[in-house]
Design a protein around this ligand. Structure first.
Ligand code: CA
Length: 536
């Protein structure tokens, strides 16, 4: 019979051996260990979201067009990646493939299915704790919307020179009609009247001054929230009032307060494609999130950092300064980092040379290591290609290299014919160092360590050429220390004494089979790799 002390010693030795095994574990072993870790689930709006361009994601009925049943069939994939929210591109009836010009705000485009398909999608998502955000296009409607058609028909019915009478057509005030022609306005055919349409003649701008339009959108929000929708991605909020930021912010604020009155926990994230100085001010509307455009696209901070044209230190200090900037407009803000979306060329085209695939991976990590609700555009986890015309940026999700395989979409008409740079999902699934497996690991790390998504950056522990180490802390959660090597060479870093409490190498993102190691306070971080430390 063992005495207590002996038993304790055996336990200590076994624990030490286990820790050594963990610390020295090669990447694939660490991957499998992390695979068994539980993903942290929040009840609030700190999420990791997947942007789905529905038309090109997954086709369930063989017509080549993605649809809601197709999305449902891929929820296991989305959940396994670690995403706990999806943003659906517009799903309401529309004459275009992208459906950003809506003809009926409270129905589903027949190409995508029906309201009962939407309800099934909501039920399946909520069973997996995945939130669903609808795209809300409030800046403009389709020129085919009954509101607009009725208003134009009325104007056409007037005798020459006759003044319109708003009491005879309630939809006149829904749009901005004028008898003076100017830039950004299109003619109502058959009349001398013009209407504001800044993006395109078939997208007439809505008059957000109108209490009736506000009432309509409150009812639309109510409709979708009743359907189980968890929030909205607001399209083009900086275009609500051309050249008048304050009015745009006020109009957004009215909608946000209507949404929060109906469902206080609902989430609102906004597209304001503008400078950070401009889009940060939209937090004053009370919106939860603004997409963090400064970090996105081929010329944003993430791509610049990976390319080496901007320093890792800037990547970190820019996050520290925006923490204060956004909080100054809305103390409850949740940042919405993203790297690419349906309007941007895909990441696979940003980098050339031997290290290109490592750079695509690291860029994905730099997005997913940021605080807030991070968004990933579908297909980026496969390194899909697509640039130039918009249709190319919305190419069919590469489930298989066989374009005729089940679920494959045909893509928007007018898309150029081009081949992908990296393999399909089927192929990448088998390769532990594929872009897919890297992204999956990055999303899951974000879910395993809540301080990655919920924390503020509280200190920079080390900053060297091409590498950096910093700490993220969130009240109520274990802090993490993040080490990033954005250079093409392996680095050895002695962890400074003041950070020595972060003594457990708890996770890593590896672009190759080179190992991350941590021995006697020295971290060896291979080229383009990331390591996550926690305290014992
Ligand atoms: Ca279909």
């Amino acid at each position: 019979m063992m005495n207590g002390l002996f038993k304790n010693n055996i336990l200590k030795v076994l624990t030490a051996a286990l820790m050594t095994a963990v610390l020295c574990a090669c990447s694939s072993q660490m991957t499998s260990l992390l695979d068994e870790r539980e993903l942290y689930s929040s009840d609030d709006n700190y999420r990791t979201a997947y942007e789905i361009f529905v038309y090109s994601f997954c086709d369930s009925d063989g017509d080549g067009i993605g649809d809601l049943q197709g999305v449902i069939s891929k929820l296991d994939y989305i959940e396994d990646m670690g995403f706990d929210a999806i943003w659906l591109s517009p799903i309401c009836p529309s004459p275009t493939y992208h459906k950003y010009d809506v003809t009926d705000y409270t129905d589903i485009d027949p190409e995508y299915g029906s309201l009962s398909d939407y309800e099934a999608l909501i039920a399946e998502c909520h069973a997996r704790n995945i939130h669903v955000y609808n795209d809300m296009v409030m800046n403009h409607s389709s020129s085919q919307h009954p509101w607009f058609k009725e208003a134009c028909d009325y104007l056409r019915s007037l005798a020459p020179g006759e003044e319109p009478d708003p009491s005879e057509c309630r939809y006149l005030e829904y749009y901005n009609f004028t008898d003076k022609q100017s830039g950004g306005y299109s003619r109502v055919l058959g009349t001398d009247w013009f209407y504001e349409a800044r993006f395109w003649s078939e997208m007439p701008d809505l008059n957000l001054d109108s209490p009736e339009v506000r009432r309509e959108f409150k009812e639309i929000a109510q409709f979708w929230l009743n359907e189980g929708c968890d929030g909205f991605r607001m399209d083009a909020v900086t275009s609500y009032y051309t050249n008048d930021k304050n009015q745009s912010i006020e109009a957004l604020g009215r909608f946000v307060s209507d949404v929060k009155e109906i469902a206080p926990g609902a989430y609102v994230v906004c597209e304001g494609w503008a400078s950070q100085a401009d889009y940060s001010r939209y937090y004053a509307s009370g919106t939860d999130s603004m997409f963090d455009f400064d970090f996105a696209d081929s010329d944003g901070i993430i791509a610049g950092t990976v390319r080496g044209s901007s320093s890792l230190e800037r990547y970190v200090t820019a996050q520290i300064s925006e923490q204060e900037l956004y909080a100054s407009f809305n103390p409850d803000y949740i940042n919405a980092p993203f790297y690419t979306n349906h309007d941007m060329g895909r990441s696979a085209g940003y980098y050339a040379g031997d290290d290109a695939d490592a750079k695509v991976k690291l860029a994905g990590a730099l997005n997913l290591l940021m605080s807030g609700t991070a968004f990933v555009y579908y297909g980026e986890e496969l390194g899909m290609k697509g640039s130039g015309k918009d249709e190319n940026k919305r190419a069919p999700m590469q489930w298989s290299s066989d374009a005729g395989a089940a679920g494959m979409c045909s893509g928007p008409a007018g898309m150029d014919s081009f081949s992908m740079k990296y393999g399909s999902y089927e192929e990448q699934l088998k390769d532990p160092y594929s872009i897919y497996n890297y992204y999956r690991q990055a999303v899951r790390l974000r879910r395993i360590f809540p301080s990655i998504s919920r924390g503020d950056i509280t200190s920079i522990v080390y900053s060297g050429p091409g590498s950096i180490i910093y700490i993220k802390e969130a009240e109520g959660y274990a802090p993490v220390m993040i080490a990033i090597n954005a250079s093409s060479e392996s680095v050895k870093i002695d962890i400074p004494d003041e950070a020595s409490s972060f003594n457990v190498l708890s996770g890593s993102l590896n672009v190759s089979s080179d190992k991350v190691s941590f021995r006697s306070g020295t971290l060896t971080l291979p080229a383009y790799d990331v390591a996550i430390f926690t305290c014992e």
